[in-house]
Design a binder for this molecule. Structure first.
Ligand SMILES: [Cu+2]
Length: 546
C-alpha cells in the first residue's frame, strides 16, 4: 500500500486527507467542496458540536459533548503549507467553539464562543509540521469543562521533508497508528483532582486489547501519539520494545533516538518510528500503571508473519452509538447511574454541603430527613464572564414530588446558598446557565422511612427562606425564593428538561413544544411573575427572580 517514493506517499496521504475532508462534510455537497474556485491546496473539514451519549467500552455509556458524534472527534491530516479551513457547526443548545493547536494565529477571534445554532469558520496556514490537539473552546471556564466532556481530537500536519527514519533507511512506515490517550471523569470534583475514572486510547478502555493491532516482524510502525489529558502526564511505552526514532511534537527537527518511553503531559505529542523486533505480543501502555494503565490505557500489537494488517489505525472513538443496555452510565455533569453517582445519605455529623465544581454538583445525589438545611457552595474558581463561559452556578428545582420548589441567585466563587427542605419528596435540580448540570435531593420523613438513619434536624430556619452568603460581602438583597406551585407545571417542566439533551430531532422538537407549554403556563400563573427562557440555548433562568 505504501509507495517507495516519498512524494507518492505524500500524495497518497494528501489525497487521503482530502477524502477525509470530503467525507466529513455533512449537509454540504462534495461538488461545492471541490469546486474549481477553491484552490486545490485548501483542505476543508467540518466539525459538528453537539451533546451526545456514546459507549466507551465494556458495557459503559458516557454522556458528554462531541465533535461529529465521536470521542475523540474526527482525525484530520493535512500537509505542511496547506491552507486549512475548518467550519464549526454548533447543533447543540449550548455555546461551543474550537481551539486548534496547529494554527499559529488568533483562533478564538474566529471560532471561540459559537452560539447554539451558529456556524463559524477558521482558516489557517499549516506551516508547522507535527501532531496537534484540537478541542472545544467556547471561552473561559467552558474551555476546560467541554474538553473534559469529550470534545477533542487530533490534526496531523505531515512534513514536506521526510522524517529521519525515511532519510536513514530509505523506506516508509508499514503501519501508521494515530493514537490519542485521554481520560474520563465521573464528576467535576474528580476532574479538579485529576482522579480519572477511566483512561483510554482512542475512545475505549482496553480497545486494542480486545482488538489487537496486527503487524508483522520487521514492520516499521509510525505512531502519531497525542496525550489529550486533560490532566495526567503519560509515559508511553511498548513492553518488549525500544522506540527507534522519536520526534517531539511530531516535528522532524526534534529528534531523539532509542528510548524506552516518551513522556507527554496534556497536549504533548510525538511521532514515533518503531520497528517490530520479532514475533510476539507487544503491549502498549501508559507506564503510569495505577493512575492510567490499569484504568484502560493498554493496547496490544500482535506481530506474526503473514498477519493481515491494516496500514492505518485511526484515532476517532467508536461511532456505533451508545449501548442499549449499558452496565453503567457515566455523566460527568449530569446524573449517571446510581452505582457511580450513588445516593449519599447524610448523617447529622456530615457536612450538609453540596459543591458546585467543574460544572457538576458534588455529591450529585443526597438523601436528607425533612427539616434539613442543605447548603450549596460554588467551588468553581472562574467566576468571570457569563453563560457557558463562566463557572457561576445556581440551583433551580425543576421537578419534585414534594412542595419545595425554589431557585437561587447565581453564586460566584466561594459563595454559598442554603435551603431548608420542609416537604418530603424526590427533587431534581439544574443550574440555569449550565442546564446539563443535574442534582437530586431525596427528602424523607424519618417517621415513615424504614431506612432512616437519624430523625432529622429540627432547624429553626424558615423552610421557605433561602439564605445567601458571600465572603466578599456581596449583598444578597433579595433572597431569591419563589414558591412554585407543585402542580402539573413541575411535571411538565421535568418532562421537558429530560429531553433537552436527547440528540434526536424529534425529541428536540418535543422538548421545544413542551417548553413552550410550560412557558405559557407560567405566564398565566398569577403566583409567578416571570419565566425566562432563552430559545437559542433552551436555558432556564431563575423563575421569578427578575
Ligand atoms: Cu463545547
Amino acid at each position: 500500500m505504501f509507495h517507495r517514493n516519498y512524494k507518492q506517499f505524500g500524495l497518497l496521504l494528501t489525497s487521503l486527507a482530502v477524502l477525509v475532508a470530503l467525507l466529513s462534510v455533512s449537509g454540504c455537497d462534495n461538488e461545492e467542496a471541490s469546486s474549481a474556485d477553491h484552490p486545490e491546496d485548501v483542505v476543508r473539514f467540518e466539525l459538528v458540536a453537539r451533546s451526545d451519549v456514546l459507549t466507551i467500552g465494556d458495557g459503559v455509556n458516557f454522556e458528554g459533548f462531541t465533535f461529529n458524534g465521536t470521542m475523540p472527534g474526527p482525525q484530520m491530516v493535512v500537509r505542511e503549507g496547506d491552507t486549512v479551513e475548518i467550519t464549526v457547526v454548533n447543533e447543540d443548545s449550548v455555546t461551543h467553539g474550537l481551539s486548534m493547536h496547529a494554527a499559529n494565529t488568533f483562533t478564538s477571534g474566529y471560532v471561540g464562543n459559537i452560539e447554539a445554532g451558529e456556524t463559524a469558520t477558521l482558516t489557517f496556514q499549516a506551516d508547522y509540521p507535527g501532531v496537534y490537539m484540537y478541542h472545544c473552546a467556547p471561552g473561559g471556564h467552558g474551555i476546560m469543562t467541554h474538553t473534559m466532556g469529550g470534545q477533542f481530537g487530533m490534526l496531523v500536519v505531515l512534513p514536506n521533508e521526510p522524517y529521519q527514519m525515511e532519510q536513514d533507511l530509505g523506506r516508509e512506515p508499514d503501519i501508521e497508528i494515530f493514537m490519542i490517550q485521554h481520560e474520563v471523569y465521573r464528576n467535576g470534583r474528580d476532574f479538579f483532582d485529576g482522579n480519572a475514572q477511566y483512561v483510554m486510547f482512542n475512545g475505549e478502555t482496553f480497545r486494542y486489547v480486545r482488538e489487537p493491532i496486527q503487524a508483522r516482524p520487521d514492520d516499521y510502525i509510525r505512531f502519531y501519539f497525542l496525550n489529550v489529558g486533560p490532566n495526567l502526564t503519560t509515559t508511553f511505552h511498548a513492553v518488549g520494545g525500544i522506540w527507534d526514532y522519536i520526534y517531539y511534537g511530531g516535528n522532524p527537527n526534534n529528534r531523539m533516538y532509542g528510548t524506552q518511553s516518551v513522556v507527554a503531559g496534556p497536549t504533548d505529542s510525538y511521532v514515533i518510528d518503531w520497528q517490530v523486533p520479532s514475533e510476539g505480543y507487544f503491549t502498549l501502555v501508559s507506564h503510569a500503571f495505577g493512575t492510567q494503565a490499569i484504568k484502560g490505557a493498554v493496547g496490544i500489537i500482535e506481530a506474526y508473519e503473514d498477519n493481515d494488517r491494516d496500514v492505518v489505525v485511526r484515532s476517532e472513538g467508536r461511532s456505533d452509538g451508545p449501548l442499549e443496555n449499558p452496565r453503567r452510565f457515566v455523566s460527568p455533569f449530569g446524573l449517571g447511574s446510581e452505582d457511580i453517582d450513588y445516593p449519599v445519605r447524610l448523617s447529622p455529623y456530615d457536612r450538609h454541603t453540596i459543591e458546585m465544581v467543574g460544572n457538576s454538583y458534588y455529591p450529585k445525589r443526597v438523601e436528607i430527613p425533612v427539616g434539613t438545611e442543605l447548603t450549596w457552595i460554588n467551588e468553581d474558581v472562574f467566576d468571570m464572564l457569563e453563560g457557558e463561559l463562566t463557572g457561576k452556578h445556581d440551583v433551580v428545582i425543576v421537578s419534585g414530588t414534594g412542595d419545595d420548589f425554589f431557585s437561587t441567585e447565581l453564586l460566584d466563587h466561594a459563595e454559598t446558598v442554603s435551603y431548608t427542605f420542609a416537604s418530603p419528596g424526590t427533587y431534581e435540580y439544574i443550574c440555569s446557565i449550565h442546564p446539563y448540570m443535574r442534582g437530586q435531593v431525596v427528602v424523607y420523613d424519618p417517621a415513615t422511612d424504614g431506612r432512616a438513619g437519624f430523625s432529622g434536624f429540627q432547624s429553626d430556619a424558615d423552610p421557605q427562606l433561602v439564605s445567601f452568603s458571600s465572603p466578599s460581602g456581596r449583598q444578597g438583597s433579595s433572597p431569591v425564593i419563589s414558591d412554585l406551585p407543585p402542580s402539573s407545571l413541575d411535571v411538565r417542566l421535568s418532562e421537558a428538561t429530560a429531553h433537552l439533551y436527547d440528540t434526536s430531532p424529534e425529541a428536540y422538537e418535543n422538548a421545544m413544544t413542551q417548553l413552550a407549554q410550560v412557558r405559557q403556563a407560567f405566564a398565566i400563573d398569577p403566583d409567578v411573575s416571570d419565566f425566562f427562557l432563552r430559545p437559542d440555548q433552551l436555558t432556564f433562568g431563575a423563575f421569578c427572580a427578575f
